[in-house]
Design a protein around this ligand. Structure first.
Ligand code: DGT
Ligand code: CA
Ligand code: CA
Ligand code: ZN
Length: 577
């Protein structure tokens, strides 16, 4: 669970931020930022590399490699410690507020002597920010929202993917212990919620002792909070709480059902039990009057005795799943196996970290039937895209197509939706692509009317087949844009434009509730990873989990369709203009 790549990524990113905030060389800050991303996306374990090995990673030069080596050897980097010391701790706290960049944080400190979140709140209250250059009323609102987001995150919830990495490891460790008859994760993680409060692990075994001891002794256990025969809780080195419960194999189904939750779902299911004059607990389903056990061994059995089909965990949120189950109208949910391809991915032609060849090979490994490369268009000037580069890439894609016998390649692009809803290539050029994704990447603070018109206009572009990460939110960091999404969903349905479910764990955009709403308009969806590295392709599982939470079936999701049907959908249609 020690994840050296992520640790080094965070370290270099912090260094980049601190260089920026102290008014240091912007070029240097950017170099560190690039290296941070490269190491974060590097498929191997960086802690096994020496300085030379590190320098083979793109964007990692000599001095950065040396700092990484120092960190891996000593646990700290002396130059970073120096910069840290030179900046008041309060200002560093300010940088961590989502939506407030290093520049604004420094301005607040230098102009207003604000050096903590508390003082910033006071300053906003006293309207002292209004006189600062570059700060407006909208900035204030954004800062307040950022602080609220941060305080919510401070409630200790972590991203689904981070929790999943830990849980997968714990489950694999405990499954190997003698006497294990079953081991899995339950709770919000099994329901694939976008953030996780704590991890709940269940083991089925006759004797709990060996599991509890092994659990308390795991290398990443920083603190044992409670150690008992039924339940042990630990805190990991990263501050995440993990609860382990060992259940008698005979009560596995009841325990799994109970600890999977959600609490609201459990309450709804217990109401059904009461109607049958039954009693449902973590120990089993019983007759209310005699206490005689009816069943407890499997979840299927328990639901069946209540007149319900087995309800997939991703639906267990009390959003009508119990009523739908009673009517036998649960959706036949999309599964990860149904996904035939990824329709939004990048290469190192723009800001991706891997070459076209490597990305395509990794996609073929996943058994996809098709795969789209969608590098950025010219508007994101940092990427320095040109017509010639894109056309040269198309040649390469065509040449590669067929090398992986079972996988067809689509050549696409991710367009930037400009402030007025226009995109960054003319129609004639767009007509040459197999697929155009279009997304918002800037100007998040336009008015609601402008944002809505902007997205609707993008949908109306006949070449735009998919709206990428539609709200642009970053979980715990940046709120989604304030558009009238009902109007956008209606436009998508009318123009045959799919909405993306971006599977990146920091995005999961659209989120479950937006998906449910959009589906009512008859919109189609695409579950894509937006991979910028080969290591991002497996994020697909989080996108599919989110799609399930939005009650989607295969038919709702265009990248489960056979290629021919997909191509018909992608074809520019007269309807759209
Ligand atoms: P989290 O940890 O905040 O992400 O969310 P959960 O859903 O994993 O919640 P957690 O860890 O507190 O409890 C795990 C499951 O145990 C929860 O989903 C349902 C069940 N549970 C816990 N407390 C109660 C309760 O008081 N009543 C009922 N019916 N179920 C409960
Ligand atoms: Ca939990
Ligand atoms: Ca728990
Ligand atoms: Zn992208």
């Amino acid at each position: 669970m020690v994840r050296p790549n992520e640790e080094v990524e965070a370290l270099l990113q912090e260094y980049a931020d601190l260089v920026a905030i102290t008014g240091g060389d912007a070029f240097k800050a950017r170099a560190y930022e690039k290296a941070a991303r490269a190491i974060g996306g590097y498929p191997g374990d960086v802690s096994t590399l020496d300085a030379k090995g590190l320098r083979d990673i793109p964007n990692v030069g000599k001095s950065i490699a040396e700092k990484v080596v120092e960190y891996l050897r000593t646990g700290q980097v002396s130059t970073l410690e120096e910069v840290r010391a030179a900046i008041p701790a309060g200002v560093r706290e300010l940088i961590t507020i989502p939506t407030l960049g290093p520049k604004k944080a420094m301005a607040l400190y230098e102009e207003l002597r604000v050096s903590s979140v508390e003082e910033l709140l006071d300053a906003i209250q006293a309207e002292r920010l209004r006189d600062l250059k570059g700060f407006g009323q909208k900035t204030e609102e954004n800062i307040l929202h950022g602080i609220a987001l941060m305080q919510k995150a401070g409630g200790g919830r972590i991203l689904l993917s981070s929790a999943m990495d830990v849980a997968d490891q714990v489950v694999s460790e405990l499954s190997g212990i003698k006497g294990c008859e079953g081991c899995t994760y339950a709770g919000s993680l099994r329901r694939m919620r976008e953030t996780i409060g704590d991890i709940d692990i269940l083991v089925a075994a006759a004797r709990s002792g060996p599991f509890m001891d092994a659990f308390a002794g795991l290398p990443y256990t920083a603190e044992v909070i409670a150690h008992g025969q039924k339940k042990t809780s630990i805190r990991t080195t990263k501050g995440l709480q993990v609860d382990l419960r060992v259940l008698p194999p005979d009560a596995w189904g009841a325990g799994l059902q109970y600890f999977t939750g959600s609490k609201a779902h459990n309450i709804r299911v217990r109401e059904i039990a009461v109607r049958h004059k039954f009693k449902l607990s973590e120990y089993g389903l019983f007759h209310a009057d005699s206490d005689k056990k009816i069943t407890s061994r499997t979840e299927e059995d328990i639901y069946a005795r209540l007149g319900l089909p087995w309800i997939p965990p991703t639906l267990r949120e009390d959003r009508g799943e119990v009523a739908a189950g009673l009517r036998d109208e649960l959706p036949d949910l999309i599964a990860e196996d149904d996904i035939r391809g990824d329709l939004h991915t990048h290469t190192d032609l723009t800001d991706g970290l891997a070459s076209l060849e490597d990305m395509v090979a990794a996609a073929a490994q996943r058994g996809y039937a098709y795969y789209a490369i969608t590098d950025h268009a010219p508007d994101l000037y940092m990427q320095r895209m040109t017509d010639a580069k894109m056309l040269a890439q198309r040649e390469q894609v065509r040449a590669l197509d067929g090398k992986h016998r079972k996988m067809r390649l689509l050549h696409g692009t991710e367009l930037n939706i400009g402030p007025d809803g226009g995109v960054d290539w003319p129609d004639e050029f767009l007509a040459g692509f197999d697929l155009c994704v279009a997304s918002v990447h800037s100007h998040f603070n336009q008015s609601r009317e402008e944002l809505t018109r902007r997205l609707v206009r993008a949908c109306e572009n006949p070449h735009v087949a998919i709206i990428g990460h539609p709200t642009t939110r970053l979980i715990g960091k940046r709120p989604g844009i304030d558009a009238d999404f009902d109007a956008v969903f209606a436009a998508c349905a009318r123009t045959g434009t799919a909405l993306e479910i971006n599977a990146h764990p920091e995005r999961l955009d659209l989120c479950d509730e937006d998906i449910l709403r959009a589906k009512r308009y008859g919109v189609k969806f695409a579950v894509n990873t937006d991979a910028h590295s080969t290591t991002h392709l497996p994020y697909m599982r989080y996108g599919v989990g989110t799609a399930q939470r939005g009650w989607l079936t295969k038919d709702d999701v265009i990248n489960t369709w056979p290629l021919q049907r997909l191509r018909r959908f992608l074809r520019p249609s007269a309807l759209q203009s």
